[in-house]
Design a protein around this ligand. Structure first.
Ligand code: HEM
Length: 454
């Protein structure tokens, strides 16, 4: 046994030797990073055609095993044999911003910590959030309609920030602090996505980490007050939750979970809403059909509608995140030697499962490059051919805890929009627009559009 393998898995260096495997690392140092930014689908397609569903690749300096098959996605995400660390997967790319968050914890520790969040997403809590979200969305859409054109991506970001301060962390006596918190949050989001990762004054990354530190302090100082309050926001739920031994979670843990939750919720949902609007603007008959459907919905949406029943709008949501999953790559690292598809994968090897490509595999999806929400209708249910061919929210123990929340937010926002307005591109001939694919998909110019009253 060499010295490195005697260390715990989260202290060992990554394995960089995959020479026994078919594949191609690309350029020295940068590997295939630029290809993935430019056009991930073409890159993965080339790998699939040349090397099959398992190959080696190098992205952002990490040598990893690329898995392009729903069976392999299932194997890794369900992880029945405890071979794949989520913490070590994300640590490589996001350690500074995700520290202490749920994806930075594995196995038993993760299960215990997920318990902190569970109560915040149960139906009674969600019902209260829905009422608040509906009110904010109503006012916001009215404001959008009063303008000649809006930059949809920026507006959705702002809307989600307003919702975050009402639903995730409501603070009645700190109006004066809200602009500061918003600034810290925006800095953190921008810094987390920065390409140049230098924690020194003048760099976006540094400003992002400063924002994160500010937010963490802010949450930590508020915990005792939240515990004593009757508040019902997500943060209050976290503060009041207890471990199996009847203890409160530590201030540090709660603050880390809040920061991670806000990071996990924001850009993902913004990207999904923006890309849905992009496809809807390009399909007026679909908009009209959806408008007819939502006219019949009760004003106060019941939770059967939001959670369980399939409808046209949910089809749009699912199809949008199929074509452009806001988390395009799922990352893990092996903690021991294992085997995938008959090929040996050494311990400490990075694993990349690109939902963004699995969602477009021709073998599994009919006409995968076409936006077609009906593939999710009850009658078609194309995604049910394999439990892991549609994985925008991941799967297994780390499956997105905010999935129903995101779906609710989506339904409430687009119901409000489509019931009263037709959404149109601000310029003729806009489609297809130039898209940015990483880190989150959006039209490069942030989707200028206008609302026209029905
Ligand atoms: C369209 C919107 C969203 C998408 C596509 C999305 C996607 C995902 C994915 C793929 C994962 C799993 C990551 C992995 O296995 O490595 C994840 C985890 C997570 N998401 Fe989401 N997410 C969305 C919205 C949200 C929202 C709104 C929240 C909070 C309200 C949220 C909170 C989380 C948290 C806390 C985790 C970590 C779960 C764990 O590790 O146990 N997400 N999300």
């Amino acid at each position: 046994m060499d010295q490195a393998s005697e260390l715990p898995y989260d202290e060992r260096p990554a394995n960089r030797n995959l020479s026994h495997m078919r594949g191609d690392y690309g350029w020295p140092f940068v590997g295939k990073t630029w290809d993935i930014f430019r056009d991930p689908h073409t890159l993965f397609d080339e790998h699939y055609e040349k090397y099959g569903p398992i190959s080696r690749i190098s992205i952002t300096g990490s040598k990893c095993v690329l898995l392009l098959h729903p069976d392999y996605a299932q194997r890794v995400l369900l992880d029945r044999e405890k071979n794949f660390s989520t913490k070590m997967g994300w640590q490589t790319v996001m350690a500074d911003f995700f520290q202490g968050g749920l994806v930075m914890r594995d196995y038993d520790e993760h299960r215990v910590h997920r318990g902190i969040m569970q109560s915040s997403f149960k139906p009674p809590a969600m019902r209260a959030y829905a009422t608040k979200i509906q009110a904010i969305v109503g006012k916001t859409v009215q404001r959008w309609a009063a303008q000649d054109r809006i930059s949809f991506y920026d507006e959705v970001k702002r809307l989600l920030l307003d919702i975050a301060f009402e639903v995730f962390c409501w603070v009645d006596d700190s109006e004066s602090q809200v602009p500061k918190i918003s600034r810290a949050f925006t800095d953190m989001m921008e810094g987390a996505l920065g390409v140049v990762r230098i924690d020194a004054p003048g760099f976006l990354y540094h400003r992002g980490l400063e924002g994160r530190r500010y937010l963490k302090r802010f949450f930590m100082e508020l915990i005792d007050k939240k515990r004593a309050s009757d508040d019902e926001d997500v943060f209050a739920h976290f503060c009041k939750e207890k471990t199996e031994d009847g203890e409160y979670y530590s201030h540090e843990d709660i603050a880390d979970h809040m920061v991670f939750l806000m990071l996990a919720a924001h850009d993902t949902t913004t990207s999904a809403a923006t890309m849905a609007a992009y496809y809807l603007c390009n399909d007026r008959p679909l908009q009209s059909a959806l408008a007819d459907e939502v006219q019949h919905w009760p004003r106060d949406l019941d939770f059967e509608t939001i959670f369980h029943s399939m409808n046209g709008l949910i089809g749009v949501f699912y199809e949008t995140v199929r074509m452009h999953p806001p988390v395009p790559l799922l990352l893990r690292r092996t903690i021991r030697d294992c085997e995938i598809g008959g090929i040996r994968v050494p311990a400490d090897t990075m694993i990349c499962v690109p939902g963004t490509y699995i969602h477009r595999l021709k073998k599994w999806w009919r006409d995968p490059a076409t936006f077609d929400p009906t593939r999710f209708s009850e009658e078609v249910s194309e995604h049910r051919k394999h439990n892991f061919m549609w994985i925008p929210f991941g799967g297994g123990a780390h499956k997105c805890i905010g999935m129903h929340f995101a779906r609710m937010l989506f339904l409430l926002t687009f119901r409000e929009l489509l019931e009263k307005y037709q959404i149109e591109f601000a310029q003729e001939g806009y489609f297809p627009a130039k898209l940015q694919h990483f880190p989150f998909t959006r039209p490069l110019d942030n989707l200028p559009l206008r609302l026209v009253a029905r």
